[in-house]
Design a protein around this ligand. Structure first.
Ligand code: ZN
Ligand code: ZN
Length: 340
């Protein structure tokens, strides 16, 4: 089978031929139909990465596929031919984290995102049966591959402790920011604003659920207040850029909450007195739970969240290495998916 293999940071992915993996106990072998290309994959493999995936690892953590073989201990729940999406994490299956739906916290877990397990940039991959969800009949493969990034948005909103009627400002109009906008709206936000440096995602932000798009500049706080009627109760940082802790805490209202969901990998300084005088709550968000992944699947299946406006097309696996390098330079596409 064809695999797009990571060799080393700064080097393009390489298509190689590998034997089909075997599903172990508690696992399923799937034929990957779509796998989203994520900014995280790009960051993980660039020369400034602090992830350092091991050479030979297979990235890609936003995938959906068809079961071709069930593990030896499979019970009735899974059958060959079923269409599924899966969390890109394989935990031990027995610890408190695995059983409570947080395999990302499992001490002996491996993840596709960190290169510890097979990802979706290949024709066949092995997933955890307990962390898989069946795709609704009407759901397309693309929608199936969007479950993961939508779950990221749901989790970021959950971390904010948002109440209905809240005014929410989201910084960043990439897939995470847009997923957070959709999630905040579904969760009952009264006003959702999305802000970004360029306005190329202005229409897309509104399509994904934002009430208004703002171009980020020095007047952002004022323009948000005029549009929303007050300062934000919640600011969700989805860019990962340094300097955002200061910016988000400056934007949040008194007693507001900021959620750092952008995974900044550089030192970030801020003056603590600014959030102190406003008693701002700070939360950090990463990944999602199995329950949030299932919720994402349900919301997409029911049409409550429609991710397809973010979709910009597919690339065949042979063309993935070149496309992957192109996406490092050209940020105009929102979500490209591989069709292995
Ligand atoms: Zn991702
Ligand atoms: Zn575990």
């Amino acid at each position: 089978m064809k695999v797009a293999e990571f060799r080393s940071a700064g080097e393009p992915l390489v298509i190689v031929d590998r034997p089909m993996p075997n599903p172990g106990p508690g696992q399923l072998l799937i034929h990957v139909h779509r796998c989203g290309i994520c900014g995280t994959d790009l960051h993980m493999t660039d020369i400034h990465s602090c992830f350092n995936p091991t050479s030979g690892s297979v990235l890609g953590h936003e995938f959906a596929g068809e079961i071709v073989q069930c593990g030896p201990d499979n019970e009735d729940r899974w059958r060959e031919g079923m269409r599924i999406a899966a969390l890109p994490y394989i935990g031990c299956g027995y610890c408190v984290f695995c059983l409570s739906g947080r395999p990302t916290r499992c001490a002996s877990g491996v993840s596709q995102a960190s290169g510890g397990a097979m990802g979706g940039y290949c024709e066949y991959t092995v997933v955890s049966a307990m962390n898989s969800v069946k795709l609704d009949e009407g759901m397309s493969w693309e929608e199936g591959a969007f479950i993961e990034p939508i779950a990221v948005g749901l989790h970021a909103v959950a971390r904010s402790g948002m109440r209905t009627g809240a005014r929410v400002l989201i910084l960043g109009a990439g897939p995470v920011g847009l997923a957070a906008a959709a999630a905040a709206k579904v969760a009952g936000a009264a006003f959702v604003g999305v802000a970004a440096r360029t306005d190329r995602r202005a229409n897309l932000s509104v399509e994904m659920g934002a009430d208004e798009f703002f171009q980020s500049d020095d007047e952002l706080a004022d323009r948000f207040r005029i549009a929303a009627g007050d300062t934000p109760d919640i600011v969700i940082e989805c860019t990962g850029a340094p300097g955002m802790t200061a910016l988000t805490s400056g934007l949040a209202g008194y007693g507001g909450t900021i959620v750092m969901a952008g995974a900044c990998m550089q030192p970030d300084t801020y003056l603590p007195i600014a959030p102190t005088v406003k008693e701002v709550n700070i939360a950090f968000a990463v990944y999602y739970s199995r329950q949030e992944f299932e919720l994402a699947a349900n919301l997409i299946a029911k049409g409550a969240i429609k991710p397809m406006p973010m979709f910009d097309g597919v690339v065949e696996i042979d063309d993935l290495p070149a496309k992957f390098e192109e996406l490092r330079r050209d940020k105009s596409a929102c979500k490209i998916m591989v069709r292995p």
